[in-house]
Design a protein around this ligand. Structure first.
Ligand code: ZN
Length: 120
C-alpha cells in the first residue's frame, strides 16, 4: 500500500512494551462517530493510533498529543487526557507558536474542527 520512497509510519514503544504505529487516516465513522483520532488498547497485538489527515495544525497537534497520551496512560480518564492534551497544545501552538513543517504529513486542512471526540 505504501508508495515507493514514502516515509515509514511513525512507531513508538510504551514503557510497558506496547509497540504503537501512528497512521494518518480518518477513524472509522461507524465505530468512532466523528472522532479526529483514535487509540486502540495497548493490549492488542498491533496497537495503533489513527489521526485524521485533514485537520488544521492546531487540531492535529492536539489530537496527536491526546492519542499518544492515551497510549502511555491507558487507564487515565478521557477528561484527564483531554485536559493534558489541551494544555500541551495550547502552550505549544498558541503561546510558543509551533507549526507543522511542509511535508507529507502537512496536507492542507479542510475545515476547522473543535476538539470534541467520542473515540478514545
Ligand atoms: Zn480520548
Amino acid at each position: 500500500m505504501a508508495k515507493k520512497g514514502q516515509k515509514r509510519n511513525f512507531t513508538f514503544k510504551t514503557p510497558k512494551g506496547a509497540k504503537y504505529e501512528i497512521l494518518f487516516r480518518k477513524p472509522d465513522k461507524r465505530h468512532f462517530d466523528d472522532a479526529d483520532g483514535i487509540c486502540t488498547s495497548p493490549k492488542e497485538e498491533n496497537p495503533k493510533i489513527h489521526i485524521n489527515p485533514k485537520l488544521t495544525d492546531q487540531s492535529a497537534l492536539n489530537t496527536a498529543v491526546h492519542e499518544i497520551a492515551h497510549a502511555f496512560f491507558w487507564n487515565k480518564t478521557e477528561q484527564e487526557v483531554t485536559k493534558f492534551a489541551n494544555t500541551v497544545s495550547r502552550f505549544l501552538y498558541s503561546y510558543c507558536g509551533w507549526r507543522k513543517n511542509e511535508n507529507e504529513c502537512a496536507k492542507p486542512a479542510k475545515s476547522k474542527r473543535d476538539t470534541k471526540r467520542s473515540g478514545k
